[in-house]
Design a protein around this ligand. Sequence first.
Ligand code: GUN
Length: 281
Amino acid sequence: MAQIIDGKRISQEIKDSLKVQVEELKEQGKSCTLVVIQIGNDPASSVYVANKKKACEYIGINSRSYELPEETTEDELLELIDELNHDSTVHGILCQLPLPKHMNEKKILNRISPQKDVDGFHPENVGHLMIGEFGFVSCTPAGVIELLKASNISIEGKNCVVIGRSNIVGKPMAMLMLRENATVTICHSKTNDLKNICKQADILIVAIGKPKYINEEYIKEGAVVIDVGIHRDANNKLCGDVDFERVEPLCSAITPVPGGVGPMTICMLMKNCIEAMKYFS
Ligand code: GUN
C-alpha cells in the first residue's frame, strides 16, 4: 500500500504555523497586506481569488482586492500596478491569470515589483531561482517540495523526472529539485519514449495537463508520484494527470487529487506574502 501524501493536512499545519508568525508580527506592530487583482469574471479565477482571500483571513493577512471589468485597458492596469508598487502598506501583489486577450501578460507580470511578486513569476525572481539566490518561488512547485519534505521523502541523489515545461510549474519544479540535489530530467510533449524515461524515475512529478494520462506502464515499482493536474472526468469527478487507481498499487507514495498538491499552492502564497513583509518592508 502506498503512502497517501495528505496535502490537506500538511497545508493546514503550515497555515497554522503561519498564523502564529503573523500574530507575533502583529505584537511587534507589523501587519501584512496582499493585493489581488482580477480582470473580468472568469468563474474559475473567481473561485481561486475567493480561496486566496479566505486563506488570508484565516492566517491574519490583510487582503485587498480589485475586481476590474474585462474592458480595463492595459495602461489602466499598469498604472494600478505602479501605484501599488509604491504603496508601502502593500507587501504582495498578485494579478490573477489568465488575463483578457487584449493584455500582454508578460508586460503586466514584469511590471510588478520583484519584491512584491509573491507569485514568483517576475524574471528577476526566476533568475534568482536559477542561480540559487533568495527570491520568491512559484507557489505550486514550492508546495511540492514542502509536501516531499513533510512526508520524509528524501530527494538528494534521486532520479527525478518532471513532465511539463511551463514557466509556472515544470521549469521552476525542475530547478527546485536540482537545488535539493536530485538528478533531474524534464520531459514534454515532444519527448521520445516518455514511458521508458518515466520508468527510471524514483520521483515522478506530473504536470502534463491531460486527465489520467499516466498509468502503471510509466511507473517504476516503489516510485514516489506527485500529481499536479486537476480536471473533471466524464462523471464530473475531480481527477489528476495520473490514473490514481492504476498507479497507486505500484508506488511507495502518491498524492491524491483533490487533497494533494492543490491545497499547498495557496499556502505557499501566504508564506511568500509574510516573507515579502519581513524582508522588504
Ligand atoms: N491562475 C491560476 N493559477 C494562478 C497562480 O498561481 N497565480 C496567478 N497569478 N494566477 C493564477
